[in-house]
Design a protein around this ligand. Sequence first.
Ligand SMILES: [Zn+2]
Length: 275
Amino acid sequence: MPELPEVETVRRSLEFRLAGRLIEKVDIRRASAVAHPTLAGFSQGLVGQQFTAPQRRGKYLLLGLAAGGWLGVHLRMSGRLILRDPPLTEDLAHLRVILHLVGGGRLYFQDPRTFGRLWYIRPDETPARVIPTLARLGPEPADLELTYFQSALARRSIAIKTALLDQALVAGIGNIYADESLFQAGIHPLTPANQLDPARLTKLIQSIQQVLNQAILAGGTTLRDYADSQGQPGNYQTRLQVYGRYQQACLQCGNPIHRLRLGGRSSHFCLTCQT
Ligand SMILES: [Zn+2]
């Protein structure tokens, strides 16, 4: 599932190639991919629009439009944006929406598992009104501060791993980067969130920021099928310290990596390095 580094990599791969491009035609192949407004409203709203700079908030992409408004995108489990110029000659499987661009290019939304969603947000609407979860997102990890983190966690006795996955606490972190950040900070994933002292919380904030920055620089993590809008896979999977390394030797201490189920998801950690 794409997390912040993957979504940011997609945004960067679109930044210079999409800005200035005009939408000529909208081809919706699976109605459930369009979350707002109606199918007709989505097509009519987008045709004739020109893309500006794409933005990201948490795991959401907001592709700006020159007349105001946005094309909102959430990739969820398996969504991909593919920008091809000239268009693909073969018909890819699982294409849900195709935006035909003036000059012949195409922006494809491919989504095998069909959880991804697109929104056309009119100039007189705001992204947070159309996509309510946007309004509830916590700060971007790059903007995390100790005072905020301390007060947000003070009354929460849930496991710190579970807390990090809560998009209202901090936006954009999923299972992979929560595990990696906790390893780098030396914190056991089951530690109650309100039992971390300021020194450990400071270390955790630094670890989150470092892990995410390094993952962005590596173009994200490709475990199965993630790729940017150019079809370029990520590289960070070669640098994962704990995630997906069950029973392999910890790269710091040599002991086997542990795994436990937490809230329906696997947590990977080192019993020796994370206390
Ligand atoms: Zn270890």
